[in-house]
Design a protein around this ligand. Structure first.
Ligand SMILES: Nc1nc(=O)c2c([nH]1)NC[C@@H]1CN(c3ccc(C(=O)N[C@@H](CCC(=O)O)C(=O)O)cc3)C=[N+]21
Length: 345
């Protein structure tokens, strides 16, 4: 994001919290909650006199819970009508991160009993070759979901390729018809994009009420920011979108009861930008140098976590927050697709 309004920080200055008051009054304790996760209780009493229990939103354990639900449904379906849901993933080129994501998706399919097919095409493939694979999967009745891993090589037209996926198999929810329906009141998309769907699912499973709340989405990408804003609006939030040309991002973000951060800027959102008690869903997955890690880097979100936990009421960590939910939602969409085509309830 090449803009001067967005500040980048390679790390949070956790030894210098934005408010001394919060640090002085911080009390940490551990205890199970009704959802079965551990949470640390932070009590910034100067601002939040009551109900000051801070929660880590544990996407990893919620995703596990959802995978267990999907596993049960997949086997019920197999036993009663003999159908096994199938997901086809098309990977073009050899980007390391994409290969890792695709491998994780495949593993996740196996873990719930969904069949996975994979087409691995070389970087220099033509658009036509990719379209041929899509056409084959469109016509294959054992395939209920088709995912074209993004980003595609730059010589390909992403729109042409996403348009070619049958909307009934568009488990990524990226077909313009599905996105268009998401944007319209009274219309239902066949699939909702996985990452934004995972964000909303986390809010639901943590009993965060959305109706009537002020929500701010940071970032306006087709795959996260825009659909996240549309989903929040469908849930009756009052939604603002902050982006690289927003003149007063901090001021707008500070009004949010719910923040969904999806810009891809490490630690961009500082503690001082957060309204006390806000709920934060951090979609960013940004590598930053870390000499203490064997890989030489670690992953951080778009939100300065160490600062956020002192002021927000709940925050998703990175890793272990939205990422695992994205994959769980992909499995869920594949199951929904198979159930729909076979009229199985
Ligand atoms: N057609 C398409 N659909 C996608 O859904 C799609 C895509 N293209 N291109 C790339 C992005 C990225 N994405 C992630 C999925 C899971 C994690 C994930 O599970 N992350 C873990 C582990 C992170 C790690 O340690 O490497 C975590 O955050 O805890 C991250 C990122 C899906 N994407």
């Amino acid at each position: 994001m090449a803009s001067s309004v967005f500040f980048t920080h390679s790390h949070c200055y956790s030894s210098k919290p934005s408010s001394l008051v919060f640090r002085l009054h911080r009390q940490v304790g551990l205890g199970p909650t009704s959802l079965g996760f551990s949470s640390s209780h932070v009590a910034p009493v100067a601002v939040m006199a009551t109900d000051s229990s801070f929660k880590v939103i544990d996407g990893k354990s919620v995703a596990k819970q959802i995978r267990d639900e999907i596993t049960a449904e997949v086997s019920r379906m197999r036993e009663s009508i003999g159908v096994i849901p199938g997901l086809a993933v098309i990977l073009v080129g050899d980007r390391k991160d994409s290969a890792t994501y695709v491998r994780n998706k495949k593993k996740a399919c196996e873990s719930v009993g969904i069949n996975s097919l994979e087409a691995n095409l070389p970087e220099n493939s033509t658009e036509e070759e990719v379209l041929n694979y899509i056409a084959g999967y469109n016509d294959d009745p054992s395939v209920h979901g088709i995912l074209v891993q993004l980003p595609l090589p730059s010589h390909m037209n992403e729109q042409n390729i996403l348009n070619a996926v049958r909307i009934e198999k568009d488990v990524d929810g990226f077909h313009p018809l599905n996105i268009g329906r998401l944007a319209m009141r009274g219309r239902e998309p066949l699939f909702v994009p996985c990452t934004p769907k995972g964000c909303i699912e986390l809010l639901h499973r943590y009993n965060v009420s959305i109706k009537g709340k002020r929500a701010v989405v940071i970032g306006r990408s087709n795959i996260v920011g825009m659909p996240a804003a549309l989903l929040l609006q469908r849930e009756d939030a009052t939604v603002s979108i902050v982006h690289s040309r927003t003149s007063n991002p901090e001021e707008i973000i500070r009004q949010a009861d719910i923040i969904i951060a999806a810009v891809g800027q490490a630690n961009m959102v500082r503690g001082s930008w957060i309204k006390p008690g806000a709920v934060i869903i951090d979609v960013g997955i940004n590598p930053v140098e870390d000499p203490n890690s064997p890989r030489g880097y670690k992953l951080v979100g778009d939100v300065c976590y160490e600062e956020a936990i002192r002021i927000a009421s709940a925050v998703t960590p990175v890793p272990g927050g939205v990422g695992p939910m994205t994959i769980a939602m992909l499995l869920q969409n594949t199951l929904i697709s198979a159930k729909r085509v076979h009229n199985f309830e």
